[in-house]
Ligand binder design. Structure first.
Ligand SMILES: Nc1ncnc2c1ncn2[C@@H]1O[C@H](COP(=O)(O)OP(=O)(O)OP(=O)(O)O)[C@@H](O)[C@H]1O
Length: 689
């Protein structure tokens, strides 16, 4: 990847590129570089210190720059040359990176560790105490062995007990202290791990919540949830295991190594000669296994995404009898994850087996050397025993370290994936900006020469030089065939996306200068075709519109939305649980609750995106009646297909391929016999027939 970036940095002027469906093909002279997958990076480049620009490019419609930050190539496309010159222009930024290249950011780990550093310090102190005790234990044990060795020749049990008492009591005291210190440092580490992962989890969730809608267009829910759950869990358990096991093993290795030197420097020197080999093998294996682990986790993410989609869309799956296909898809993804995990296990298994072989060989060498030194009286039996004990402890600790190895690999991969999301910056921030005073807020909306393409499909402009004025208090209906950009108009007013060029204003204020959170909370009320309710009570669902609303205000909103009667007919009234996404309610009931929820905000502008099109004629009448009441005193934008919903609008706009082709009242447009007439003709004919 790095090479790829640098090769471009040299070929600045002769590089050509084309972007299609999220892929980018770069060409230098006659050589075409491999297709690169473009991933949107949610970075507001204007806010950051200028990154290094590697090359710029231009075609007749687009210009762009390629920059690198943090080892990642960002390809930035701008829609027009004029835009590029404008200060603080929002850029459509793509990040070119391979999923497996994400590196673990140690500075970010430090950021999470710093507030709780004292827990780590306490844990290290506890572990060091264990190590100091460990230095002494083999030697005291050696003393005990020497006493035993003496009394195997001179059998006098009374003096034996007397001589044994002191070292035995010392040993017991050491063991008790060692246990207490072990408890202490493990407890400290556990607290540290929990606190850090809690902070990471909340940061990650907050980072996800503030991402642009474009982010959710591209990422699958299962993948996002996987980072919040299993990646954080993997990181936490790996961190706790690694630090606690690593500290214990490390402390024991250090402590016992000192013991070894004190007992026999000669034997210790021979043993140490083997260590570099272990480190070299460990490094090579480490890099290999880390790669496999990252792949395995990415695959697991995909598997979860498939399961998530199937379960959350279970009604569609059932209706199309697609259970077998979903199962097959899941099995394929799960099998791939299994194969990768098996490879990982295979690698870790070999690594541990090799480590064990090595360590067992070391015991034999020790016995051989120790026996020789004993025979030449350079070592006492107690010293040999103490040496063996200390080297066995080191062996166990090295074994534990090799076991930890797999966990470190998993933890680093999981951590880097968590950090990746935490670091994403949305281009439309959630909060910040000005608000309009209640007196000035009227609800006049204006689109001025707006051009827009969805970030995930930059090549397809949905709105082209789109201009429209919606006076305050009026109802505007947008009609047009499917896919012509009607919902896009609403999405842009909600600022789910920012326009590529032109402006959208509310009472003369560019919506990009307004606080998005205030705009959505106070000014806009959106009711869409498929109302999504939360799995709580009816009351809580309506109150979602304004959490500070009293029960009385909730009821008033429900009455206005024609929902009070059916809610009251439920045995538990407003406390009725609606089930996941409102599964226990009918479409019309859900829609009326959604209307009540939107009305509770008392929005100045009401956006109705096919609010009644999913309902049957009977429910539509009831919901329509509720909407007519809701429209009073507000600016309303209605997107609808049904003539009954649109004909009373003050202005009707016909949209065709992102351009306004007709505008007027129902009567004017019907008389014209143009696009509007053709769109509504069929509906008029049916009752006549
Ligand atoms: N999130 C998205 N990412 C990329 N393209 C999108 C996205 N949403 C919509 N589009 C595309 O934008 C175009 C306009 O879509 P839009 O939803 O605005 O149409 P519409 O007129 O409201 O259609 P309908 O009447 O069927 O709801 C379509 O071609 C659609 O495929």
């Amino acid at each position: 990847m790095w090479k790829f970036i640098h090769s471009f940095s040299k070929f600045t002027n002769q590089t050509r590129y084309s972007v299609l469906n999220n892929s980018c093909i770069f060409q230098y002279k006659n050589f075409q570089y491999p297709k690169v997958h473009l991933k949107r990076a949610y970075t507001n480049l204007a806010k950051k210190p200028a990154p290094k620009v590697h090359f710029t490019f231009s075609t007749c419609t687009r210009i762009g720059i390629a920059i690198t930050t943090g080892g990642i190539l960002h390809v930035t496309l701008l829609n027009s040359k004029a835009l590029c010159k404008a200060k603080n222009t929002r850029m459509s930024t793509y990040r070119v990176s391979s999923d497996n290249q994400q590196k673990f950011d140690w500075r970010q780990l430090w950021h999470y560790l710093k507030p709780y550093i004292w827990y780590l310090v306490a844990a290290i102190a506890g572990a060091l105490a264990v190590a100091i005790l460990n230095i002494q234990i083999p030697q005291i044990m050696g003393g005990v062995i020497n006493v035993i060795a003496r009394y195997t020749e001179n059998k006098n049990s009374e003096t034996f007990i007397h001589e044994m008492r002191a070292p035995a009591l010392k040993l017991i005291a050491m063991y008790v202290c060692q246990s207490l210190c072990t408890f202490f440092y493990i407890y400290m580490l556990s607290n540290l791990g929990e606190k850090m992962s809690f902070q990471m989890k909340t940061d990650l969730f907050s980072a996800i919540l503030k991402q642009d809608i474009a982010f959710f267009d591209e990422q699958r829910t299962g993948e996002i949830i996987n980072r919040l759950t299993s990646d954080i869990q993997d990181f936490k358990s790996s961190f706790k295991q690694t630090v606690s096991g690593g500290l214990r093993a490390g402390a024991q290795i250090v402590g016992c190594s000192i013991s070894l030197v004190m007992i026999s420097p000669y034997m210790t020197f021979i043993t140490l000669l083997c260590i570099p080999t272990v480190i070299a093998v460990g490094t090579v294996f480490g890099a290999l296994l880390r790669g496999i682990s990252r792949k395995a986790q990415a695959q697991l993410e995909k598997t979860t995404a498939v399961a998530d989609e199937a379960v959350s869309n279970i009604r569609t799956v059932r209706a199309f009898a697609m259970e077998d296909q979903e199962q097959e898809l899941f099995d394929t993804e799960a099998e791939l994850a299994m194969v990768l995990n098996e490879s990982l296990g295979f690698g870790i298994g070999w690594f541990q087996a090799g480590t064990n072989m090595f360590l067992n060989g070391m015991v034999l060498v020790t016995l051989y050397m120790g026996g020789y030194l004993l025979s030449t009286e350079q070592l006492t039996p107690g010293e040999l025993m103490a040496y063996l004990m200390a080297s066995q402890t080191i062996q166990r600790s090295l074994g534990q370290l090799s076991l930890l190895f797999g966990s470190v690999v998993r933890g680093l991969a999981a951590g880097s994936r968590v950090f990746e999301y935490i670091n994403l910056q949305p281009s439309v921030s959630l909060k910040g900006g000005q608000t309009i005073s209640e007196l000035d807020l009227k609800g006049n909306i204006e689109f001025n020469n707006v051009t827009f393409a969805y970030p995930s499909r930059q090549e397809q402009s949905i709105l082209k030089n789109f201009s429209l004025r919606i006076p305050s208090g009026k109802t505007l209906a947008i009609v047009g065939a499917s896919g012509n950009g009607k919902s896009t108009v609403v999405a842009l007013i909600e600022r789910f996306y920012d326009v590529d060029s032109g402006t959208i204003t509310i009472d003369g204020y560019d919506i990009r200068s307004l606080d998005p959170s205030w705009l959505r909370k106070r000014v806009l009320g959106l009711i869409s075709q498929e109302p999504i309710l939360f799995g709580t009570s009816v009351l809580e669902n309506i109150r979602y519109g304004r959490p500070s609303a009293t029960n009385e205000e909730v009821k008033e909103a429900a009455m206005l939305a024609n929902a009070h009667d059916f809610i009251s007919s439920f045995p538990q009234g407003y406390d009725t649980m609606v089930g996941e996404r409102g599964a226990t309610l009918s479409g019309g009931q859900k829609q009326r609750i959604a209307i009540a929820r939107a009305l509770l905000k008392n929005p100045t502008v009401l956006l109705l995106d096919e609010a009644t099109s999913a309902l049957d004629t009977e429910s539509e009448k009831i919901v329509q009646h509720a909407l007519e009441r809701a429209k009073e005193g507000r600016t309303v934008i209605v997107i609808a297909h049904r003539l009954s919903t649109i004909q009373n609008a003050d202005i009707i706009v016909v949209l065709h391929k992102g351009v306004i082709v007709e505008m007027g009242t129902h009567e004017e447009l019907t008389e014209k016999r143009g696009h509007y007439w053709s769109l509504t003709y069929q509906q008029q004919e049916v009752p006549a027939a």
